[in-house]
Design a protein around this ligand. Structure first.
Ligand SMILES: Cc1ncc(COP(=O)(O)O)c(C=O)c1O
Length: 401
């Protein structure tokens, strides 16, 4: 008898077992979004699991801009950017984004995931090398995998130790000098909230004539005096050759972009399958993101409040005795190191009115399971104190602190 392709699905029992135990933390529908609080399972909880860092997805100006764009262009582009799916809105947003990150050109994708998939796979070719931080986001990894698939295995992947330019240099030193190289790193790492050592990476890159691709998903609107991200955090030099960003975090939407030299952006436009073979970003979202971008540019106080909250919460958790790794942004991991305890802690917080994200292997190494907490500029001081109080009390009960 031939095997049924679905037999693995019928044999997959783990999720059901955890559901039955009452500790299943995934796919819980949000019944109402009240900004810093949401309603889940009929109860209001403080949301410390969102990447809506500046709280702008609920801003009335952003909602209004989305509606206006729908009135003018409808709900969908119904086509690829390459053919019928480019509206003047896409082009306007690209020009404004390029200016925001200090580059000459930008290209918008339908999701941040697709921006990484599409830019990395378009740029990498046969006998070329990609050097990737071990903690880089899955969309970077998948972009590399796509490039390996498209070149019949002729793109060479080298994973260097996390945030470790010394190990990067060692790796580069072992590669053929005449073959092209791209270094790829998150600006702010998505699980533990630490910041890439970008100036040191740049020095190494220059010594080996390698280019740098910087994923600013968690850095734009978050780092720097005006929210322009990791480069601004380090003084404003242009360390990266390509800057990628998403709209699903500070921009309160969905979509992504890559920015850089116009010739390189034009090349990506013509060789990126995840750009060409999917419909373009819908008008409502472009309208929303343009409004958000304007708010970020004109009202840096949201970014400043977020940075102040990050400092307050990092100190608060440290004072309570939590292990927060090298947290230095509004992504603050509470390191637990044990999957079962992580789920128990998640549930204890949820039962006490706080929602955070449990992160276990394979998203992090098996001994680094953690509760990922993240903050928004719209969190009030009293909400933050309530979070610290609940985490401290429940963390003590479970022996985490
Ligand atoms: C570092 C990083 N890059 C890219 C992405 C993908 O972005 P999006 O969710 O907007 O598709 C994410 C999303 O979690 C991310 O954390």
């Amino acid at each position: 008898m031939p095997m049924d392709i679905f037999s693995k699905c019928y044999g997959f029992k783990q999720a059901e077992e955890v559901r039955e135990s009452g500790y299943y933390p995934y796919f819980i529908p949000i019944e109402e979004n009240r900004g810093s609080r949401v309603v889940m399972k009929g109860r209001e909880v403080i949301m410390i699991g969102s990447n809506n860092y500046l709280g702008l997805s609920m801003d009335p100006r952003v909602k209004e801009a989305a509606k206006k764009a729908v009135d003018r262009f409808g709900t969908s582009c119904s086509g690829s950017r390459l053919i019928n799916g480019t509206f003047v809105l896409h082009v306007e947003l690209e020009n404004r984004l390029a200016r925001f990150v200090g580059r000459e050109a930008a290209l918008v994708f339908t999701a941040g995931y697709l921006a990484n998939l599409g830019s990395i796979s378009a740029i990498l070719g046969r006998k070329e090398h990609i050097l990737s931080d071990r903690y880089n986001h899955a969309s970077i990894v998948d972009g590399i995998m796509l490039s390996i698939g498209l070149t019949g295995g002729q793109v060479k992947l080298h994973r260097y130790h996390h945030n470790n330019p010394e190990h990067l240099e060692k790796t580069l030193a072992g590669l053929p000098a005449d073959e092209a190289k791209l270094i790829v790193t998150d600006g702010v790492f998505s699980m533990e909230g630490d910041i890439a050592r970008l100036p040191d990476l740049k020095k190494v890159a220059d010594r080996y004539q390698a280019r740098i691709y910087l994923d600013e998903a968690h850095a734009l609107g978050v780092l720097g005096a005006t929210g322009r991200g990791t480069e601004e955090h380090y003084g404003g030099d242009k360390f990266a050759d390509l800057v990628m960003g998403t709209f699903s975090k500070s921009f309160g939407g969905i979509g992504g972009f890559v920015a850089g030299d116009p010739v390189v952006i034009d090349y990506i436009k013509h060789f990126s399958r995840p750009l060409i073979f999917t419909a373009s970003m819908p008008p409502a979202m472009i309208g929303a993101v343009m409004a958000t971008l304007e708010i970020i540019e004109k009202e840096p106080e949201h970014t400043h409040r977020l940075q102040q909250i990050a400092r307050y919460m990092i100190k608060g958790f440290k004072d309570l005795g939590f292990q927060v790794g090298v947290a230095e942004t509004p992504i603050i991991p509470l390191l637990i190191g044990n999957d079962e305890k992580t789920f128990m802690f998640w549930k204890a917080l949820f039962d006490n009115g706080v929602y955070a994200n449990p992160i276990v292997s394979p998203a992090v190494p098996p001994d680094r399971s953690l509760l990922r907490t993240s903050y928004m500029s719209i969190h009030t001081d009293s909400e933050l104190d309530q979070v610290l109080e609940v985490c401290g009390r429940e963390g003590k009960k479970l022996g985490i602190i």
